[in-house]
Design a protein around this ligand. Structure first.
Ligand code: TEU
Length: 566
């Protein structure tokens, strides 16, 4: 009776605070910096801001290692700065979603400090402590309790010398996994979440939240060819109590605050069938999930094994997710975030067709059914970092991979640097390019990571009054989702599934039909659409190149068009 939820026609903008805007010249972005740039977000027209972690943290993984969930890290400011930011965001009619990182804490969190202090500490069971493998001495090679590898290299276990036991960490050794089997852990997390909601935040993006339930037996994983460690994902990616934990969290935290919040669970490895269950409103778990299938299509055995994307694979993936969540549940839509390389460099052409390919890919994504997420700088067509030396990298995953790959001789130095240049998370983490000044208007100090030299051409100031800019195109896409109900709610039908260069689909709502045509190549493409007659005379609702071509006109290189019949 209430109509579709508000977030079906909303667009979310992700801020990675370290790299967004620095107000005090220490070279690291901060909350006051964000507050000073809210006009940019309002101009863009986004509805929600998702803030990557700003909590107190040793910054081993840039804030995804939290040592105090209820305080702001001094690098980013204070709780007062935070309250002022929330006020500024709300005053502009936008909402603020916080990052919730509760699969693990920092090893410097007081909970873990207590937990590791002795085997009988009351918080011992808040984390996953295990004795060495049967019959083995602590610290002996292979004595880890199981064979899982950590996401940032090495085994998923670290030995605590004092007690002779190992603790589990799926990410870095400074990110011990919380034991959600313990009800005290869950209650502490729920209380913390309520505290932020009471402070005025409008929801959470939940970091690797599908990893919170583990098979308590922690069995060995399969060791794939050419790998050192076993794959634990089958034992923690969709654990036995996951749905129970999410439903409980919903009851304890979100029930009684309906209607205005947004929750999105980051879920590496989740399938369509699982996503339907997570996002079915009747089950009351989360509003939507981030999935990874479409950002894994250009990879082989690991993310460092980079291969070209086949457009037909992308269509098969997006097509299945669109169909799978058509009746029940909801999709999130993204190309970029702080973990992914820049889409214009990855799937577009950041050289000869930078503006056209950035706007074409944006159109392709935003016209799907789901809630689009724009990552800072994406709206400017920012490119990959272009780093050529290991000293330029800051990301723990990249630096560890470089060291480990050299150590095991998996690849030559040049090959490793080539895969980092393509896939490193630092590609997304160079400072936002505000203007053409020496540090791109990001800071007056020395930036914590190099600014991309192309900021002299690619920057917000240069695009602000240019109707042909990437920025102007993102504005139009966001506005279209607000004004055209078929964009938010129309049915999705894929066309030309076998075409290797043209991505085409329709959206239909009542009497309105939209035809979306995107040339995902640098060559002109003639069109041979099934049922083309239907589209005769359909007006051009939005295009990324000049002119207003008819629906059957050939697509120019990287052209994207949305035609409408009503
Ligand atoms: O990422 C989870 C995740 O599985 C991957 O995206 C991972 O970070 C990496 O890209 C593997 O190649 C989330 C956060 O988004 C990421 O920044 C954190 O480092 C990670 O969790 C741990 O909190």
């Amino acid at each position: 009776p209430d109509g579709p939820p508000w977030w079906t026609s909303a667009v979310v903008y992700q801020i990675y605070p370290r790299s967004f805007a620095d107000s005090d010249g220490d070279g690291v972005g901060d909350l006051r910096g964000i507050a000073s740039r809210l006009d940019h977000l309002q101009h863009l027209g986004v509805d929600v801001v998702w803030l990557s972690p700003v909590y107190r943290s040793p910054q081993d993984d840039n804030g995804y290692d939290i040592s105090d969930y209820q305080d702001i890290d001094p690098t980013f400011g204070s709780l007062e700065d935070f309250d002022a930011l929330v006020e500024g965001i709300h005053a502009r009619g936008m909402k603020l979603v916080m990052d919730l990182v509760v699969n693990h804490t920092s090893d410097e969190h007081p909970w873990f400090v207590e937990s590791r202090s002795s085997t009988d500490n009351p918080k011992r069971d808040w984390y996953w402590w295990r004795r060495p493998r049967a019959g083995m001495e602590p610290g002996a090679p292979g004595a880890e309790p199981n064979n899982w590898g950590a996401a940032f290299s090495g085994p998923a276990w670290d030995l605590d010398e004092a007690t002779g036991e190992y603790y589990l960490h799926l990410f870095s050794r400074k990110q011990p996994d919380l034991n959600w089997e313990n009800p005290e852990v869950r209650a502490a997390v729920h209380a913390m979440m309520r505290w932020w909601l009471d402070r005025g935040v409008d929801g959470f993006r939940m970091d690797v939240v599908n990893f919170i339930s583990k098979d308590p037996a922690l069995p060995d994983g399969v060791v794939r060819e050419g790998r050192v460690y076993g794959d634990g994902h089958p034992h923690y990616g969709y654990g036995p109590r996951l749905h129970e934990y999410l439903a409980e969290m919903h009851r304890e935290v979100f029930a009684g605050r309906p209607g205005r919040l947004l929750t999105v669970g980051e879920m590496p490895g989740a399938t369509v069938e699982q996503a339907v269950r997570f996002t079915d409103p009747r089950r009351a778990e989360v509003d939507m999930v981030f999935t990874f299938e479409h950002v894994s299509l250009d990879q082989g055995a690991s993310k460092w094994d980079v291969r070209p994307l086949r457009l037909t694979d992308l269509k098969a993936t997006f097509g299945r997710w669109q169909a799978g969540l058509a009746e029940v549940g909801w999709n999130s839509l993204y190309w970029n975030n702080h973990d992914q390389p820049r889409v214009v460099s990855r799937f577009g052409d950041d050289d000869a067709f930078r503006v056209a390919s950035a706007t074409a890919l944006a159109t392709l994504l935003h016209l799907h059914r789901g809630t689009p997420y724009v990552y800072q700088g994406e709206e400017l067509g920012m490119t990959n970092a272009g780093f050529t030396r290991i000293e330029q990298y800051r990301d723990i995953e990249s630096v560890n991979h470089h060291r480990e790959a050299l150590e095991y001789g998996w690849a030559t130095e040049d090959e490793i640097l080539a895969s980092l240049a393509a896939m490193s998370r630092d590609n997304a983490r160079t400072p936002v390019q505000w203007d053409d000044s020496p540090h791109a208007g990001f800071t007056t100090g020395e930036p914590w990571i190099e600014v991309n030299a192309n900021h002299r051409e690619i920057n917000a100031a240069a695009q602000l009054d240019d109707p042909r800019s990437v920025l102007a195109h993102y504005r139009r896409l966001i506005e279209l989702r607000h004004t055209e109900p078929a964009v938010a709610l129309g049915d999705f039908t894929m066309l030309l599934p076998q075409h290797e260069q043209v991505y085409a689909f329709t959206r239909r709502l009542g009497r309105t039909s939209l035809l979306v045509l995107v040339n995902v190549s640098g060559e002109e493409q003639a069109l041979d659409l099934p049922g083309a007659d239907r589209w005769m005379g359909a007006g051009l609702l939005l295009g990324n190149l000049d002119g207003s071509p008819a629906p059957d006109a050939p697509l120019r290189p990287w052209e994207a068009r949305v035609h409408r019949v009503a």
